[in-house]
Design a protein around this ligand. Structure first.
Ligand code: GLN
Length: 269
């Protein structure tokens, strides 16, 4: 329950961060480019979906060196929307904030490396999955912490409302560690880099990408069973069913055409 107190205090921070990052995310908002917009205006509904996403969750969404908002999720959504002829606006809010936007009707959907979980399936409808993930623990490269057994009496970093945090919370008493809560993956990594936290919990493909990019961390434990999960787009239960259908149809088409593989290869090599 102490977690909910930390969460609330970090939400204030998230608002400020989201406002700042809103500027950076403008590139993302332009993804429904004029061609798509024209195509969609022929559409009877003319509806533009608001899709909420995370801020920094590379390679799924992040700002590249040119200041463009890019990533697997960003490209997949653009490709599916082009294939199906729907318009959207992508809002980069942070993971917990994206889910909150969905729940408060400020977003129609979330695409943010969002895991399908049994608990979430009670509240949300998910599209077909587009990526299989698991969770892991990472430490500063060269750290004395070699695994979960070394966490006794230590503080680790976790990211609010995520599957990796659920794993950390499920084992924190067993291994005797405390959790500091963050709203973004980059703030969590920084806390490990500066040594405030000895480890952080994250989705494996995201941490593997970060390590390969030289974030100075290394993975020392993985959970590939109970907390492994497929990524999909989420909408509120019973709402935006047509968006789910279009996403599924578009995803099938871009898998068929090879575009899906190209997008993955572009970021994962
Ligand atoms: N896959 C994780 C989850 O859904 C984390 C998502 C994220 O941090 N963007 O909980």
């Amino acid at each position: 329950m102490s977690a909910s107190v930390s969460r609330r205090s970090f939400l204030g921070l998230a608002g400020g961060t989201a406002a700042l990052l809103g500027l950076a995310a403008c590139g993302g908002n332009n993804n429904a480019d004029s061609d798509d917009a024209n195509a969609a205006s022929d559409d009877a509904s003319g509806k533009s979906y608001i899709v909420a996403t995370d801020t920094t969750f590379a390679p799924f969404e992040f700002t590249d060196e040119n200041g463009d908002f890019v990533g697997i999720d960003v490209d997949l959504l653009a490709a599916v929307a082009a294939d199906q002829g729907f318009k959207y606006e992508l809002n980069s809010l942070g993971f917990e904030a994206a889910v909150a936007a969905l729940e408060s009707n400020q977003a129609d959907a979330v695409i943010a490396g969002m895991s399908i979980t049994a608990e979430r399936e009670e509240k949300y409808d998910f599209t077909d999955s587009y990526y299989q993930s698991s969770v892991c623990m990472a430490v500063k490269s060269g750290s004395d912490i070699k695994g979960l057994e070394d966490l006794k009496g230590k503080t680790v970093a976790g990211k609010n409302a995520t599957q990796s945090l659920s794993w950390a919370e499920s084992i924190k008493d067993e291994y005797g560690f405390e959790i500091t809560y963050f709203d973004s993956s980059d703030m969590m990594y920084q806390d490990v880099q500066t040594g405030n936290s000895v480890a952080c919990f994250e989705d494996t493909p995201v941490m593997e990408y970060g390590v390969a990019q030289g974030n100075g961390l290394e993975i020392v434990a993985k959970e590939e069973d109970e907390f492994a999960s497929p990524y999909a787009v989420g909408v509120m239960k019973g709402k935006n069913a047509e968006l789910v259908e279009m996403f599924n149809a578009g995803l099938a088409n871009i898998k068929e055409s090879g575009e899906y593989d190209e997008i993955l290869a572009k970021y994962l090599g």
